[in-house]
Design a protein around this ligand. Structure first.
Ligand code: ZN
Length: 242
């Protein structure tokens, strides 16, 4: 794929999502916010806060209770997945097209349930560099907006072949991979958590990254579902669900 698509995704909800959604919009960057109804460690967004984020970005489902879908019976997984779609659609008054597997954990059964519930795609935590979408239910990411563990960094280095130095800090990593994306095309997909940016005091760092990738000619700035649609259209596949 020669076209360059820039997309971002943000997991779990939380108060800082509002600040994040404003900041992204300021730079013309679009995002998909994956919001569960409840979360053991985070305070979920209130309905009016979800609606405020939805004015500028896409809202995606992330189960009702942020559960590992591979560790529960099929009926329960079905209820968590279908329930999260209905929960958000009720608030938003429109279709919710994207799903995100909590903890990045899924299997063939999980994918089947997500597809049968009418989602157009699902985001994973597979690091696919700048890869395009071949399976919409295994939509990968490029990098995390946080410094990864040394083990993950090493794994990314082996898979990506970029300089190890550029991987040590996520700001450098984001910029290096964006330069590569400008040359080669593909999907540049930043994911993270607003609470993580806040806890690490990295709002300025995020802003520098957004400034670097924003407002470029010929780049498509897309939500996750738009990125999936663009990729599928390029490979001649028909997007699922309206
Ligand atoms: Zn999550």
């Amino acid at each position: 794929m020669s076209r360059l698509v820039v997309t971002t995704s943000w997991d779990d909800g939380g108060k800082e999502d509002l600040r994040l959604s404003e900041l992204l919009a300021e730079y013309g960057i679009r995002g998909t916010f994956y919001i569960p109804k409840t979360h053991q460690k985070a305070e979920p967004l209130r309905e009016e806060e979800i609606l405020a984020v939805a004015e500028k970005h896409e809202i995606g489902a992330h189960t009702l209770d942020h559960v590992d879908l591979t560790g529960i019976p099929a009926e329960q997984a079905q209820a968590e997945i279908a329930g999260s779609k209905a929960y958000l659609e009720d608030i938003l008054g429109k279709s919710v097209r994207m799903f995100c597997y909590p903890y990045g954990r899924y299997n063939a059964r999980t994918k089947e349930i997500v597809a049968s519930c009418g989602f157009a795609g699902a985001r994973t935590l597979r690091y696919t560099k700048l890869g395009t979408v071949t399976d919409p239910y295994e939509f990968g990411v490029t990098l995390h907006a946080s410094n990864s563990s040394p083990r993950t960094t090493l794994r990314i280095w082996r898979a990506y072949g970029t300089s190890l130095r550029s991987l040590l800090d996520w700001e450098n990593r984001a910029k290096a991979l964006f330069q590569l994306a400008l040359a080669e095309g593909g999907v540049w997909h930043l994911w993270g958590h607003s609470w993580e940016i806040n806890r690490a005091h990295e709002w300025d760092k995020l802003e520098r990254v957004l400034d670097c990738v924003s407002k470029r000619d010929g780049v498509r700035y897309a939500t996750n579902s738009e990125a999936v649609d663009i990729c599928l259209a390029e490979t001649g596949q028909v997007p699922r669900s309206p």
